[in-house]
Design a protein around this ligand. Sequence first.
Ligand SMILES: NC(=O)c1ccc[n+]([C@@H]2O[C@H](COP(=O)([O-])OP(=O)(O)OC[C@H]3O[C@@H](n4cnc5c(N)ncnc54)[C@H](O)[C@@H]3O)[C@@H](O)[C@H]2O)c1
Length: 258
Amino acid sequence: MNTISTPRQLEGKIALVTGASSGIGRASALELARRGAKVVVAARRKDELDQLVQQIVAEGGEAAAIAADVSKEADIKRLVDYTVETYGRLDIAFNNAGTEGVFAPLLEQNAESFDRVFEPNVRGVLNSMKYEAEVMLAQGSGSIINNASMGGLIGFENASVYIASKHAVVGMTKTASIEWFRKGVRVNALCPGLIETPFHHRGIWPSVEAQQQFAAGTPAGRWGSAEEMATIVAFLASDDSSYVSGHALVADGGYSVA
Ligand SMILES: NC(=O)c1ccc[n+]([C@@H]2O[C@H](COP(=O)([O-])OP(=O)(O)OC[C@H]3O[C@@H](n4cnc5c(N)ncnc54)[C@H](O)[C@@H]3O)[C@@H](O)[C@H]2O)c1
């Protein structure tokens, strides 16, 4: 719940969050709204987005829901156009929508499993950045945060396609930052580790025991929460991170350095 101590440093800002119907995206949309931003929330499932908007409004915030598939360039353009037509500008974009695809050995991957992951995770992020940055560069300001993964920096058994897609997100983030920082637009990547969301309950683990053992074996000794990612997104969105761009911020409970 919102608290009196929640800082309101995003008052007056307009934010866009993709993949906001659950997990990290949902928690981040709530956090940005609690800090004062008006938030356009997008995903493919409109019902869940409408519930999120209701919650934000009930807490005294402002939000709008748009159904969009980030694999489709036309949907992304429509989403950004809607945001600007409705609120007049775009200050913050959290490109969070993504999919894990098929977790299986590399020898079992094929063109279909590749496209299934690369369409939303890579093409979707590229197109999102493109349309968002057009608006932000014209304004001379903005903060883009791409949800990569600790798997954007390290390898992971049986996840070659997903890992490749998240390395691509980190690469696009660094490149966009070089192109846009002097023009007022910062671009950073969030690299979450093992975060308790529906993502991890879709059969990517051989067993629940394996899943729990993995979490227990990390330096943190536990899963992270979507809320713990949301406060990082809010930091990267705000002027508190004004000298931070092109960064891949790892939030993995220490896993990747152990
Ligand atoms: N949970 C983790 O441990 C973890 C770790 C590292 C990175 N991530 C990344 O975080 C992001 C969010 O995942 P999550 O863990 O919150 O899982 P989640 O399944 O709860 O959320 C994924 C969101 O993306 C949306 N989405 C998926 N494909 C889409 C598409 N084509 N168009 C529009 N929306 C789409 C889903 O509807 C959902 O809202 C993903 O990019 C994921 O790769 C998650």
